[in-house]
Design a protein around this ligand. Structure first.
Ligand code: GLU
Length: 500
């Protein structure tokens, strides 16, 4: 039931591309605010830009928002009593209120062509005036305008704005904001093709959908006075406005592909968890009061505070996002880790489409161990190369230096000798053999273990051998698309290289 004080907010994206982190943050802040206040969150699709809007983008948008974990109480896909929720399906409403404004003399038809508007603009600039609409068609009566329209002329509808005065409003994030009407001019509300302009459609929709708080990006601050003028002209109560600062890269320019991934879709494909992305997005302009920063949506709902959102630019810090992602990955059960890792492993050709129970069990273990060292799931195949690739022919310089010292040759010689003829290998055996080698040669610590690591992994660094050996031994017995070599096979290869 709607109560007098019910909070109603909306996220109103234009389906003209993939959803960017700035917009995702706007959606999240609206959602958090609504959920925290027991209010209503509305999804409205602003698709009046017919050239650029696409259904496919709307589908992606819905998919991305759902992936983030957000849900809405009203929207194009779920319906609601204030629908339709797609602007392209609300044209009759825009026309109805535009007709009212025309009848009341608060709006008028403008017949200026784009060329005329451009020359008016140039003339204003040349005279040092603000390049706002000159008001040339203001005095064309509605009757005359109708005659011209029926004679085939094209006309847009403009709102009549007072020439002087101030528009003021209290922004929840930015504090008091003020605009001089001289800078505004009469905005177009309906274009000559019958489509509503953004500033007009948004007001009709927000008002008819009973929106109480408009939380959106700062790029819309300068639209707000025009929208307030429309609320006034239509005799509607204006909502509370909250404009969120822009999301910038570390170099203080607007976040763009140059800085890294920027769309929700790309973060998902890179293997950033939705929980981690929401957690990070909530920090763009806000921070939890104290304590733990690793927060799930339920916790964010409790802690979020719109009145504490900062007005200074939010800097997107990929390292912090990656850190949060690592923390959220840790919280996942092993089964879930594998589920999220599998698409990347399959893509890299490391796992087939079907897994036997033994393969699944092995992969779950391997993922749990290897994921500890990654920022995002897309980095996992690279980590898995430690288990799947063993190329002693192509040792890097560091590994080569390690095995070329005299003591390394001694250690490896003894190791090869002690393992020759063995049929089985495991970590306990490895530990016993290294104990013997230590006793016999007197070589210990790094000098003992580094050459052995190179012998088994063909790398100078990697997992601890007590984790590596059991994984490789178990993996070598399984039939993966790319075979894992057992420790004994590895030792044989290294031994033939050393003999060369
Ligand atoms: N469709 C607009 C946008 O995507 C919505 C702005 C608003 O929230 O008023 O920027």
């Amino acid at each position: 039931m709607k109560t007098e004080n019910e909070i109603r907010v909306r996220f109103a994206p234009s389906p003209t591309g993939y959803i960017h982190v700035g917009n995702a943050r706007t959606a999240l802040f609206n959602w958090l605010f609504a959920r925290q206040k027991g209010g209503v969150f509305v999804l409205r699709v602003e698709d009046t830009d017919i050239e650029r809007s696409r259904e496919e983008y709307e589908r992606n948008l819905i998919q991305d928002l759902r992936w983030l974990g957000l849900d809405w109480d009203e929207g194009p896909d779920v319906g609601g009593k204030f629908g339709p929720y797609r602007q392209s399906e609300r044209l009759d409403l825009y026309h109805r209120y535009a007709a009212k404004l025309l009848e009341e003399g608060k709006a008028y038809y403008c017949f200026c062509t784009p060329e005329e508007l451009e020359s008016q603009r140039q003339a204003a600039l040349a005279e040092g005036r603000m390049p706002v609409y000159s008001g040339r068609c203001r005095n064309i009566s509605l009757d005359e305008a109708r005659r011209r329209l029926s004679a085939g002329e094209e006309g847009a509808i403009r709102l009549k704005v007072p020439e002087e005065g101030l528009i003021q409003f209290e922004d929840l994030v930015r504090g008091p904001v003020e605009f001089d009407l001289k800078l505004i001019g009469d905005p177009i509300i309906v274009r000559s093709n019958g489509m509503p302009a953004y500033n007009y459609a948004v007001v009709v929709d927000d008002a008819l959908m009973n929106i109480t708080h408009v939380i959106r990006g700062e790029d819309h601050v300068s639209n707000t006075p025009r929208q307030i003028l429309l609320y006034q002209a239509l005799g509607w109560k204006q909502p509370v406005f909250a404009h969120l600062s822009m999301v910038m890269g570390k170099d203080n320019t607007r976040l763009s592909k140059r800085h890294g991934a920027t769309s929700v879709d790309q973060f998902r494909r890179d293997g950033i968890l939705a929980e981690a992305l929401c957690n990070y997005l909530s920090f763009l302009g806000w921070s939890p009061p104290e304590g733990n920063e690793v927060l799930r949506l339920e916790e964010l709902v409790k802690l979020f505070d719109l009145s504490r959102v900062s007005r200074s630019a939010a800097i997107f810090d990929y390292e912090k996002l990656h850190w949060l992602n690592r923390q959220h990955i840790r919280l996942l059960p092993a089964e879930k880790k594998l589920e999220l890792a599998l698409p990347y492993l399959r893509e890299a050709g490391l796992a087939g489409p079907e897994l036997s129970p033994a393969q699944r069990e092995w992969l779950e273990k391997a993922v749990t161990i290897l994921v500890e060292g990654v920022d995002k799931f897309s980095e996992l195949p690279q980590k898995f190369s430690l288990l799947f690739d063993f190329e002693p022919e192509n040792l890097d310089q560091e590994a080569r230096d390690i095995i070329q010292t005299d003591s390394a040759r001694k250690v490896l010689g003894a190791f090869i000798q002690k393992t020759s003829g063995l049929k089985e290998f495991n970590y306990e055996l490895f530990a016993a053999l290294t104990g013997e080698i230590k006793k016999e040669t007197g070589i210990k610590g790094k000098d003992l273990f580094h050459p052995l690591r190179v012998a088994l992994t063909a790398r100078a660094s990697g997992l601890e051998l007590d984790k590596f050996i059991p994984l490789v031994e178990a993996g070598a017995k399984l039939d993966f698309p790319q075979r894992i070599k057992s420790c004994l096979e590895r030792i044989a290869e290294i031994s033939s290289i050393l003999r060369k």
